[in-house]
Design a protein around this ligand. Structure first.
Ligand SMILES: Nc1ncnc2c1ncn2[C@@H]1O[C@H](COP(=O)(O)OP(=O)(O)OP(=O)(O)O)[C@@H](O)[C@H]1O
Ligand SMILES: [Mg+2]
Length: 260
């Protein structure tokens, strides 16, 4: 049984078809990095997995349970799936500890003592032992994102979904967050990660999935997809992310229609 099994997934917003038939499996303990140009449907794909978006067609199974079953208990599904976004969305009036406790208390109905114990364990797990009592405004972006990761982990998810977790961070803060994610991967957490961090994908991913125009164009081990892509679209995308200066030239080119 796969940890995540996506079959024939389609999603339209009005007349715009954003996902055009996605078939994808993520095995238990596997780290899959999803890459692709802006607008290719990466976020929508993750959002369909935890039902933040309702798929137009197709099925999604998480740990064998069909989350797209109309009868499904959405809250039970979401408890199984941890999600980390680009924006951390911490409560400003709660400390790091309070932020990691609140969903455990409200959603899982854990008692105060247990919620606090689990919160402390998970804040330690993301390297924030010394920031338990700090408020978000007293934390760096990287530390806030690690609180958000601890908050998701405290719910005991079976899979973790990350949507560009480092793209809002100053470059010097990216490493700590990626380090935490690397640790989770080593612990055997099943992870689906949308990222532009090619070095992370190269090093940590078991598999890289390249999406463009709402379809999976190619997938395989990072050495294959990143170093030796089989499709022209993948090569074009990679040359842009691996060499941002060339990307800017490409944009000027597209806008003016002239040689840049
Ligand atoms: N709620 C929505 N309503 C209408 N259109 C949407 C909605 N959400 C996404 N879209 C459209 O779906 C397409 C795919 O969006 P999505 O956010 O999945 O792309 P992405 O690959 O995550 O891009 P990026 O790298 O910029 O985050 C885009 O054209 C977007 O405008
Ligand atoms: Mg996105």
């Amino acid at each position: 049984m796969s940890a995540i099994e996506i079959t024939g997934l389609r999603k339209s917003f009005g007349s715009l078809e954003v996902l055009r038939g996605i078939d994808l499996r993520v095995e238990s303990g596997e780290v899959v990095c999803v890459i692709g140009p802006s607008g290719s449907g990466k976020s929508t794909l993750l959002r369909c997995v935890n039902l933040l978006e309702e798929p137009t067609a197709g099925t999604v199974r998480v740990a064998g349970a069909e989350v797209t079953d109309p009868e499904v208990d959405i809250d039970a599904v979401r408890r199984r799936i941890g999600m980390v976004f680009q924006s951390f969305n911490l409560f400003p009036h709660l400390t790091a500890l309070g932020n990691v406790m609140i969903a455990q208390r409200k959603v899982l109905k854990r008692g105060k003592e247990e919620a606090e114990k689990v919160a402390r364990q998970n804040l330690a797990r993301v390297g924030l032992d010394d920031k338990m009592d700090a408020y978000p405004a007293q934390l760096s972006g990287g530390q806030q994102q690690r609180v958000a990761i601890a908050r998701a982990l405290a719910m005991g998810p079976q899979v973790m979904l990350f949507d560009e977790p480092t793209s809002a961070l100053d470059p010097e803060l990216v490493g700590d967050v990626l380090g935490v994610m690397r640790g989770l991967a080593r612990e055997g957490m099943t992870m689906m990660v949308v990222t532009h961090e090619m070095s992370f994908a190269r090093e940590v991913a078991d598999r890289v999935v390249f999406m463009d125009g709402g379809v999976v164009v190619e997938q395989g081990p990072p050495a294959q997809v990143i170093e030796n892509p089989g499709h022209e679209r993948t090569r074009t995308f990679l040359s842009r992310v691996l060499d941002p200066a060339a990307a800017r030239v490409g944009e000027i080119d597209r806008d003016t229609g002239k040689d840049a």
